[in-house]
Write a protein that binds this ligand. Structure first.
Ligand SMILES: *Cc1c(COP(=O)(O)O)cnc(C)c1O
Length: 388
């Protein structure tokens, strides 16, 4: 293969499709929303979405209008829900592109009224666009959402707004990944049911009811309703150790395969004497006469300077090699003293497998006190994603 970039991300087509079909089996009748926000958790928005589309997911979940528009531009015609905040100035774009969005405050309803979307049904032409909205219920995450007490007035305001279709009602759990104790999730679910009842009293029964993220969908069938919003697990990563442990304890058959491999190459090899300081700040001195390799990636690429310097490992010729010294903006240094036959432009694995060794997003997350989500979403979106 002729390489054109000094670092790239490989996405496994078969891993993504097998994770999606594993969920298909696991979820039965429940539909799948492929959550592809944040550049598909670093996996490449368009690349991933095309694969998920073919694999038959029912919905796409994005963070913002621009991600939604990018999907439309690339031929995704399935329903897309914008999960994050939509500026009032972008509501028109949502309506024109048929992007559903989340609603939870009266200001947005007012902005919709000002847009004067034509009432549905009065002009039964194909060109009529509606504002498709999903009500986000605040059930205890204390983030985006409308509290139960304000729900009725919001719904009444929406009912008075022409051209609005309440297509979904949703909520999001606060503490579903980090614990094997489901009591808080149960409380949230109870509040969600109460909201659904209130909506019914108002004569509204949205066709899509959804509360589950990956962890909820994996462990708690009651959270699934008719749609599950699957992010991290679609990429083959477990939402947390606790989720994985509980799934094993429940004797689940769900198998997840990580879909992402992040690679670079060796840019230079050099031999240095014991005591030689390495990189900015002289934070490392070689402990022995050493063979070092320079890698052409750094914190710009998403390789955390503060926490991975002098800590992380990469794979070269199937062997683990330590990052030595400070990670720079576009370069870092590894110790390859024990690796035989290393040459410039040898392939280096930052995340993924090489021969019998593997460095996972979970390994890096554990090393630096974060979650696998942050490791993969931080990989610079400008790095090329190659689907295999
Ligand atoms: C990101 C997100 C998800 C996906 O969560 P995972 O844990 O990655 O499955 C689901 N719902 C909402 C509202 C989200 O923002």
């Amino acid at each position: 293969m002729r390489r054109s970039s000094k670092t790239w991300v490989e996405i496994s087509h078969s891993a993504l499709t097998s994770n999606i079909s594993a969920f298909r089996t696991h979820l039965g009748e429940t539909g799948i929303m492929a959550v592809v926000k944040s550049n598909a958790y670093g996996h490449g928005l368009i690349e991933t979405s095309k694969i998920a589309d073919k694999a038959g997911v029912e919905w796409f979940g994005v963070d913002n209008v621009d991600e939604g528009l990018a999907l439309r531009k690339n031929g995704i015609i399935k329903p897309i829900l914008i999960l994050g905040y939509t500026l009032n100035s972008r509501l028109r774009d949502c309506i024109d592109a048929g992007l559903s969005f989340v609603i939870y405050n009266t200001e947005t309803v007012r902005a919709l009224q000002l847009l004067k979307v034509r009432p549905i049904g009065r002009h039964p032409s194909k060109n009529i666009r509606a504002a498709f909205v999903h009500l986000k219920i605040e059930t205890g995450t204390t983030r985006q959402g409308i509290a139960g007490a304000e729900l009725r007035s919001l719904v009444r305001a929406l009912k008075r707004t022409p051209g609005v279709v309440i297509e979904g009602v949703m909520t999001h759990y606060a503490n579903i990944e980090d614990t094997t104790d489901s009591s808080y999730a149960e409380l949230q679910l109870k509040r969600y049911h109460k909201a659904i009842k209130l909506l019914r009293d108002e004569g509204i029964d949205p066709p899509w009811k959804h509360t589950a993220c990956s962890a909820a969908a994996i462990l708690f069938p009651d959270t699934r309703f008719n749609l599950a919003r699957i992010g991290i697990a679609m990429y083959g990563l477990w939402p947390s150790k606790e989720t994985q442990k509980t799934a094993i304890h429940q004797k689940q058959k769900l198998r997840l395969t990580p879909a992402l491999t992040w690679k670079t190459i060796i840019a230079q090899i050099k031999y240095v004497k014991k005591g030689t300081p390495v990189s900015y700040g002289l934070t490392y001195r070689v402990q022995h006469n050493a063979k070092l390799a320079i890698l052409p990636i750094g914190y710009w690429d998403g390789y955390d300077r503060r926490r991975l310097s002098n800590t992380a490992e990469v794979l070269v010729r199937g062997q683990r090699c330590k990052i030595v010294g400070c990670i720079c903006m576009n370069m870092c240094i590894i110790d390859v003293t024990n690796v035989r036959g290393v040459r410039p432009e040898d392939e280096v694995v930052i995340i993924g497998k090489q021969k019998t060794e593997e460095i996972t997003a979970d390994d890096l997350a554990a090393q630096i006190g974060t979650i696998n989500y942050e490791i993969v979403t931080r990989i610079n979106p400008l790095i090329q994603r190659i689907v295999h």
